[in-house]
Design a protein around this ligand. Structure first.
Ligand code: NAD
Ligand code: 0WE
Length: 256
């Protein structure tokens, strides 16, 4: 209950109740953290309002499209004004144009590559830069990744390349921010049934494939990502930085 008491957390990437960001936010809240949330646009505002309705009055909700430097600046000035500091940041944001996730990787056009990298990888650097001056007591920054960063997952395509950039960025950020006691890590999650996974053709057979082949013979529960989020946010992980932690029922260790 009190592992994160007195901590202020900022969460990017809640779209609905299925969002990985929401699973981790709930776990942070249950561990005693006070939270601020960004939402991508007016379309998602009421979702986030409804989900956080029970979190109490000091919950801050701020619009942020991560492709906008101005939006990002506004988020951190709002956090500074309301709380005066920041301890935790969750980056749970990714996007590539649908067409880039359907055909062949070799057909990725310049604009799809640019967008995927801007939204899914550069944004971590931008938010980390703004977060660091507010993390006056040190901090923990967590980003969400996927196995397609290191091995070819059919149709994950340019998102895999963007996740490779995200994971490498995590290491460079960890090196820059380590002297300020700010840790930066990725959670590499197994496939989760979220908005971002819906409409991916073959997603259901992917969940079945994990069930058949992962050492634990099952898929990952959202609450398990929440628990790892609390671990990476708390003192238990004080000497862990620049890492990718696999929360994937063991799938990543398999060679066949
Ligand atoms: P989701 O759709 O619930 O979350 C994706 C979020 O990205 C949404 O909240 C959306 O609003 C936000 N977003 C997209 N473009 C944005 C922009 N320009 N500005 C601000 N926000 C923007 O889906 P999810 O599965 O919870 O995805 C969250 C993270 O987890 C992503 O980084 C995803 O790559 C990663 N991930 C997902 C899975 C999975 O199988 N679902 C597995 C491993 C990692
Ligand atoms: O990171 C992701 C998905 C991210 C994502 C999803 C979408 C769908 C809607 C990024 N951009 C978009 N753009 C859209 O228009 N995952 C890890 C989930 C996922 O997506 C896949 C997967 C898995 C797993 C795509 C192809 C193959 C496997």
């Amino acid at each position: 209950m009190s592992a994160l008491k007195g901590k202020i957390g900022l969460v990017f990437g809640v779209a609905n109740k299925r969002s990985i960001a929401w699973a981790i936010a709930q776990a942070w809240h249950e561990a005693g953290a006070t939270l601020a949330f960004t939402y991508q646009g007016d379309r998602l505002k009421s979702n986030v309002e409804q989900l956080t309705a029970t979190f109490g009055e000091d919950t801050l909700l701020i619009p942020c499209d991560v492709t906008s430097d101005e939006d990002i600046t506004n988020v951190f000035s709002a956090v500074k004004e309301k709380f005066g500091k920041l301890d935790l940041l969750l980056h749970s944001v990714a996007f590539a144009p649908k067409a880039a996730l359907e055909g062949r990787f070799v057909d990725t056009d310049r604009e799809a590559f640019r967008m995927a990298h801007d939204i899914s990888a550069y944004s971590l650097i931008a938010v980390a830069r703004e977060a660091a001056p507010l993390m006056i007591e040190g901090g923990s920054i967590i980003a969400m990744s996927y196995y397609g960063a290191e091995k070819v997952i059919p149709h994950y395509n340019v998102m895999g390349v963007a996740k490779a950039a995200l994971e490498a960025s995590t290491r460079y950020l960890a090196n820059d921010l380590g002297p300020d006691k700010i840790r930066v890590n990725c959670i590499s999650a197994g496939p989760m049934n979220t908005l971002a996974a819906r409409g991916i053709s073959g997603f259901t057979s992917m969940l079945k494939h994990y069930e058949a082949h992962a050492p634990l013979k099952r898929n990952v529960e959202p609450s398990e990502l929440g628990a790892t989020g609390v671990f990476l946010a708390s003192g238990g992980s004080a000497a862990i930085t620049g890492q990718v932690l696999y929360v994937d029922a063991g799938y990543q260790i398999m060679g066949m």
